[in-house]
Design a protein around this ligand. Structure first.
Ligand code: ZN
Length: 435
């Protein structure tokens, strides 16, 4: 028999998540191309996602699916003929979507195509140019400073031609057509926290939910940032309203505390569920309002859709020094962070699955709990008292209006405690479900 979602456990997943990230880390991903395909193939070994390809040139609202970019090799040779920058050492060395080039040029001209970080001189920056046809290399500022005058040879063996935009989609049907969305971006090359951590949490959450009994339908999207969510929304415009709640998963492996960015609506079920989960952990966390900047929540929360989609991350994009540099590597990501990120996502799902309204069938004065074996069953102590109090809260607020989530908020008791109380009262026929 399939387990109930509320009974699921993801204990001990960190090691497997790290193994997945380690396998994916060296792949050169971008918003299109073979790196994305290979990435999706690897995730497919875990969960049966469908790979969807959308031809270049397809109009998607105000955008157009771009040409497909692939790269085989790239390097800079110094005046002595020595390779000083080599794509095969680190894929961040090439500006993403660089057009092919093969030429010799003096250092001062080469400089116009070089990118480095004077403030973080030992790191390689991450740069892309999707919609403007240029070429360029990224290198550490230290190395850049060591380049001597003379003629350099640059080679970028890439192609930018009509092809496909590729993304992965996994739908796990539930009793209800209403959907819970988990979306992550897969378009970054060798960057671990920004890109791979979100993808790992999404993949392992999907794997946990795959065999469970589901009330809702779950949709997981592994898509290139911005153009991927825009493309998905354009292709699924008619059914996107089925998304009842969603989260954009990113930056889930760094040691920072959780940050929740609310949906545009700000007070939907997902916003409240995440806040209760974070509250119940008792750990430091931040909750921030929606801003139309960030990851794919910008598209899901655009006014024409205005879906209840927030973003649950650890340190948000741009706020950690390793962000978009070669220091966003597998060492930045800790097993503890990955593990608790996955657990936190699962806790949110558990709330959504269990959140219902009930009606107290004995609303005139308190029912006598003792004769039903529901009073003082644990004897004294705070445990018994809390169990009791939770039952009284559920009875009191189950007027057909308050959800269990609302009761957890108002009582300041953990959602798990409130849900457990509701289950006991339902079994004792003191409650009925309000559909
Ligand atoms: Zn990024």
């Amino acid at each position: 028999m399939s387990p109930k979602i509320r009974e699921l456990s993801v204990d001990g997943s960190a090691e497997e998540m790290r193994r997945l990230m380690t396998e994916l880390y060296p792949i050169c991903r971008s918003i299109t191309g073979d790196g994305v395909r290979r990435t999706l193939e690897i995730i497919r070994q875990l969960v049966p996602l469908e790979v969807i390809e959308v031809p270049s040139g397809t109009p998607v609202f105000d955008w157009t699916v771009p040409n497909e970019w692939n790269i085989r090799d790239a390097y800079i040779k110094d005046p002595n003929g020595e390779k000083v920058v080599d794509f095969s050492d680190h894929n961040l060395h090439v500006v993403g979507y660089s057009v092919p080039v093969r030429q010799k040029l003096p250092l001062d001209e080469l400089q116009e195509h070089l990118h480095s970080l004077p403030e973080q001189p030992e790191l390689i920056p991450y740069r892309t140019s999707y919609y403007k046809e240029i070429w360029g290399f990224c290198l550490s500022h230290e190395q850049r400073g060591s380049l001597g005058a003379g003629e350099y040879e640059v080679v970028i063996d890439s192609s930018l031609e009509s092809g496909q935009l590729t993304y992965g989609e996994l739908v796990l049907p539930g009793e209800s057509e209403e959907e819970i969305l988990v979306s992550c971006h897969i378009c970054h090359p060798s960057l671990a926290n920004d890109n791979l951590s979100g993808l790992a949490v999404a993949a392992f959450l999907a794997r946990a939910l795959e065999t469970a009994e589901r009330r809702f339908t779950y949709r997981f999207l592994f898509i290139p940032g911005t153009i991927g969510s825009t493309t998905w929304l354009a292709l699924n415009e008619k059914t996107a309203h089925r998304i009842r709640a969603g989260l954009v998963a990113a930056n889930l492996g760094d040691p920072g505390c959780f940050h929740y960015k609310r949906s545009r609506q700000g007070d939907t079920e997902i916003d409240r569920a995440v806040q209760v989960v974070l509250r119940d952990t008792g750990e430091d966390h931040r909750v921030e309002d929606f801003v139309p900047f960030g990851y794919d929540e910008r598209q899901y929360c655009s006014p024409g859709f205005d879906l209840a989609v927030g973003s649950l991350t650890r340190t948000p994009w741009g706020r950690y020094p390793e962000y978009h540099t070669s220091a966003d590597n597998l060492e930045l990501v800790t097993d503890d962070s990955l593990q608790s990120s996955l657990e936190t996502y699962l806790e949110v799902v558990k709330i959504l699955e269990q959140n219902r309204r009930f009606r107290n069938l004995n609303p005139k004065c308190e029912p006598q709990l003792g004769k039903r074996g529901l009073y003082g069953s644990l004897g004294g102590g705070t445990e018994g008292r809390d169990q009791q109090l939770a039952r009284l809260w559920v009875l009191n607020l189950s007027d057909g209006e308050h959800t269990l989530l609302a009761i957890a908020e108002r009582s300041r008791m953990s959602f798990a405690r409130i849900a457990e109380a509701a289950a006991a009262l339902l079994a004792a026929e003191l409650l009925e479900v309000v559909e």
